[in-house]
Design a protein around this ligand. Sequence first.
Ligand code: BT5
Length: 271
Amino acid sequence: MPHDALTAETLAAHLTTRRLGRPAYLFETISSTNAWLMERAQAGEAEGALAITDTQTAGKGRLGRAWQSPPGAGLLFSLLLRPPSPQLAGAAMMAAAVGVAAAVRETTGAPARLKWPNDVLLEGRKLAGLLAESSTNPATGETAVVIGIGLNANLQPDDFPPPPPGGTPATSLLAFLGHPVDRVALLHAILPAIEARYDALLAGQPPLAEWRSLLDTLGQPVTVMGVGQPVVGVAEGVAADGSLLVRRADGTLVTVAAGDVSLRAPAEGEG
Ligand code: BT5
């Protein structure tokens, strides 16, 4: 058994959260923890539920993309949140991303940062990706947000998927630190880090300042591929709902709610 085996016992021991991770559903293999937990959410599962697995056969990225992780090497899990209003879904996602980066920094010392909208980076390489999927019950207006997190804990460089053209290359904690990490210990640091920020959000304090301070993207010349035409400009800020504010060369400010950012060389007069 690997030193950081996911078992009901290791998951339950040292779990300090009040809600997140309770209950925990553990799988050796599953198609996608996000897909499974969204089905449970629609069947009435309570806030805080965790689905975690050693490997996925159809791990999902955003926009129909895939998340790849060899058995036992990654930290692959999803959490169910039920924010009181659908407008809080974006900020809940921020709370999760900031929580992951903060827990990685605190437990391993690795200088994790964020890339808009949902990547955790180590020195410009992708350590983790987050995928939020929401559904709102038309009858009750209740919103379920399933936040999926794939974190490259003990992937070897040979396991990294090739980066998409112009995309971000991968890294792992093993590759960065030079030694394997205990996935369960990392999970036990991440869950309270997310819970603290989510509780603060519910109390009226979204984690915007911390999110902004961790975002590598701000101040950079970017091309954002979203819905419609690419937006080219300088990433100037983020709005309260997490949208990226991009200043075009003609001075106009564009608000981008979703998309993929790539950094580019500054044009003349920029940056
Ligand atoms: C994401 O999508 O980064 C969100 C990934 C979320 C995965 C978790 S795992 C648990 C839960 N259950 C699921 O089914 N999903 C969530 P996106 O920004 O679209 O990035 C996907 C792209 O990242 C792919 O097209 C690849 O280019 C790249 N990629 C795939 N696997 C990777 C890995 N292990 N490390 C780094 N990059 C990867």
